[in-house]
Design a protein. Structure first.
Length: 285
């Protein structure tokens, strides 16, 4: 007769979950995070560094959020152009994607901040002077003439540069998502009397966006990390404040330990959100 000890009890946690199958990486991260929090609470140097870097976290998140919203919009429009049968739209979109993806992001930041925007300001001032030649007392043209490069902050230039850089990558994500939808669905929509735009809006894009949400989330995390490149423009984001803290206190270890901890905390939280979205989509499928 089988003893009670040998009987298997059903439960949520399987009985064969050995110690080798534990998520040791997560346990180590949690313990390390708790250790860093303890050091922040007990060490004055770490506490002061943490408080100094807090504003940089807000700036980093602001740059990441606005640049990625613009990048996703650019990517969607460019991705639609990449699958368009219009040769002009297709070639312009392909040119943009190939050029931007072939230039390092830090070079793109420097180019847009110190080459593109000065030229843009010159064009705006020229248009204002041209308008004043026809309407000397027009306030709009006068304001364009008075427009200077100092009006555009470095943070805004960093946002635009990151948006243009990531827009090229998001364009390929959207293109792949659209092409993953079967051609028969577009043909069926057109046979029902829908125009190409209507079919894209109501049939193809809703399914494509569902497909590309996980890679979009991963690119958002990458954009968060690449926002540190704004330090080359002296924007007071997290990395730049870390450099300033190190230069003023000469406490290199404490400063960059905190910088790395804050970046890791943000990316881990976002990664958890991306994995939750992926599980949610699988469950709904």
């Amino acid at each position: 007769m089988e003893s009670t000890k040998d009987l298997k009890r059903p439960g949520i946690i399987p009985n064969n979950l050995g110690i080798s199958k534990w998520p040791w990486w997560a346990i180590m991260l949690i313990l390390s995070g708790l250790g860093v929090v303890y050091v922040i609470l007990t060490s004055q140097n770490y506490n002061d560094t943490f408080m100094f870097l807090t504003q940089g976290v807000y700036t980093t998140l602001r740059i990441t959020f606005f640049s990625y919203i613009i990048a996703a919009t650019i990517g969607l429009l460019t991705g639609l152009a990449r699958v368009s049968k219009n040769p002009i739209l297709y070639n312009l979109a392909t040119l943009y994607v190939e050029v931007i993806r072939g230039v390092p992001l830090v070079v793109l930041l420097l180019y847009i901040a110190f080459a593109f925007f000065p030229v843009f300001v010159t064009v705006v001032q020229g248009f204002g002077n041209w308008g004043l030649s026809f309407a000397p007392n027009n306030n709009t043209f006068q304001s364009l003439t008075d427009f200077t490069i100092r009006v555009i902050p470095m943070e805004g230039r960093a946002i635009i540069a990151l948006a243009f850089g990531y827009g090229a990558y998001e364009a390929e994500v959207f293109r792949a998502g659209i092409q993953a939808i079967g051609k028969g669905q577009m043909e069926a929509a057109r046979s029902l009397g829908m125009t190409y735009i209507q079919a894209m809006r109501f049939i193809i894009l809703p399914q494509a966006v569902r497909q590309v949400l996980p890679p979009l989330g991963n690119d958002f995390i990458a954009c968060l990390k690449d926002s540190s490149l704004a330090t080359v423009l002296a924007v007071n984001e997290l990395t730049q404040l870390g450099r300033l803290r190190r230069a003023s206190t000469f406490r290199v270890l404490e400063t960059f330990n905190m910088v790395a901890f804050l970046y890791l905390s943000m990316t881990l939280l976002l990664s958890a959100g991306v994995r939750w979205i992926e599980r949610k989509l699988k469950i709904e499928d």
